[in-house]
Design a protein around this ligand. Structure first.
Ligand SMILES: Cc1cc2nc3c(=O)[nH]c(=O)nc-3n(C[C@H](O)[C@H](O)[C@H](O)COP(=O)(O)OP(=O)(O)OC[C@H]3O[C@@H](n4cnc5c(N)ncnc54)[C@H](O)[C@@H]3O)c2cc1C
Length: 404
């Protein structure tokens, strides 16, 4: 393509489309989107189980981790609801503060973005493989051998997980070749692998409680919610959120599951004594079934070497205390992450390399957005909120630089 564009956005995902919408709304002409997949926005359609949890009602800078300070961008962007309302899309908020499109369909979100940038050419099946600047013009080479030219470029190529949605981390090479510092990616918001021998008997269970991440017996973070047990991993939103706090080393990391987070340890002990008294003729397993599902009761008993069929009247004071202890603090070693199921990745372009509008300080006219920046957040709409906010900021910055 020999025509020089004003703006080329590499990556037609959440932040790339938000950047395109913003730039076009502000009057930027000659914009194009390059997308390596056959169509743009494929990941958006998969978000929130097809419903797209596009933001959260209580978003603030401390919700975000990473090396870039998001404060200014969040403030300037404001609410995602207002952003989407300006595109004709209305939202609703659930009891937990999560914001969805009113239709509860991710298609509506992608439609809102694409309808608004219908004049922007999308070059699909075009994977950018090289990027350089010559005579104040950015050159983008794609795998098909085409060269695209532009005054400004926004790199919105996502993170390092979910290759089926076009994001496998290879796009970071475009930036590394320009000597832009990139912090190594790691999967987050994903199940955590643990000991199969413990998990085997818990497989399929869903339990409400709290979970804490420990590293070498130091507590890193506690979350609460539904814990799901699979054959080889602990899962559920609370576990996904803990996964963000795991750095590269898993050794020495443990998950502590508290089955009774609303009770102090002495209260759990009292409750066990009360169950023992009321069900004095029952087995230990049956005594516990008033407090938890039977497979969990059997596993808990096995961990502290008490036979499930032993009459509960035979439980000693010490055994009751052990039982209460494990109910309050059931430890699972962390053996790794389930990368294939990760919703996002931590890492990306170092915040130190970027200015307040996400322009690469050393490369005038080059911006980075979304997961490609070293910023990450918990489940609940925070990731997408960052995608919209960062895309909006970069799109607006380009319009301002063009004097619009
Ligand atoms: C299953 C799933 C569910 C999720 N649910 C939620 C949710 O409900 N709420 C929430 O807040 N977050 C959710 N997320 C996370 C959220 O989708 C991402 O954080 C967000 O999409 C990141 O936006 P982005 O613009 O940085 O990248 P992406 O949306 O990943 O877009 C990047 C785009 O760049 C393209 N690309 C990559 N390399 C190149 C290249 N070299 N050349 C051209 N194109 C390229 C890719 O094909 C892709 O289309 C979910 C993620 C997954 C996987």
């Amino acid at each position: 393509m020999s025509e020089i564009c004003n703006l080329i956005i590499i990556g037609g995902g959440a932040s790339g489309l938000a950047a395109a919408v913003t730039a076009i709304s502000l009057g930027v002409e000659k914009i194009a989107v390059l997308e390596r997949l056959p169509r743009t926005g494929k990941k958006i359609l998969a978000t929130g189980n097809g419903r797209c949890n596009l933001s959260h009602q209580n978003i603030s800078a401390p919700d975000y981790q990473g090396s870039y300070d998001v404060t200014g961008i969040l403030q300037e962007f404001g609410s995602a609801e207002a952003f989407f309302e300006s595109l004709g899309l209305y939202c609703r908020t659930d009891e937990q503060g999560r914001i969805y499109p009113y239709s509860m369909s991710a298609n509506a979100v992608l439609d809102a973005l694409r309808l608004h940038c219908s004049g922007v050419p999308e070059f699909c099946n075009e994977q950018a493989v090289n990027l350089f600047r010559k005579n104040r013009i950015w050159h983008i080479l794609t795998e098909s051998g085409t060269e695209y030219l532009s005054r400004f470029v926004i790199v919105s190529t996502g993170g390092t997980v979910q290759p089926k949605f076009g994001t496998d981390g290879t796009a970071f090479r475009l930036l590394e070749n320009l000597n832009i510092p990139v912090i190594q990616g790691r999967p987050i918001l994903c199940p955590l692998l643990s000991d199969k021998n413990i998990l085997r008997s818990l497989k399929g269970l869903r339990v409400k409680g709290s979970v804490s991440l420990y590293h070498k017996n130091q507590i890193i973070r506690t979350e609460s919610g539904e814990i799901q047990f699979t054959e080889q991993a602990l899962s559920g939103i609370c576990i996904f959120n803990l996964s963000s706090y795991l750095k590269y080393q898993f050794s020495g990391c443990q998950i502590s599951v508290n089955l009774f987070p609303e009770l102090e340890l002495p209260e759990v002990i009292a409750r066990l004594y009360s169950c023992q008294a009321v069900r004095c003729g029952a087995s230990c397993e049956d005594m516990l079934s008033g407090l938890m599902q039977k497979p969990l009761a059997r596993t808990v008993l096995k961990q502290i070497r008490i036979r499930a069929d032993m009459p509960c009247s035979q439980l000693s004071d010490l055994q009751i205390r052990h039982l209460a202890g494990i109910c309050h603090d059931f430890r699972f070693p962390v053996l790794g992450t389930v990368k294939e199921q990760a919703q996002a990745s931590a890492g990306g372009v170092s915040g130190k390399a970027l200015d307040k509008q996400l322009q690469v300080k050393a490369c005038p006219g080059l911006y980075v957005t979304g997961e490609a920046v070293d910023v990450h957040a918990p489940c609940g709409g925070y990731q997408l909120h960052w995608a919209w906010a960062s895309g909006y900021t970069a799109g607006k910055a380009v319009a301002e630089s063009l004097g619009i």
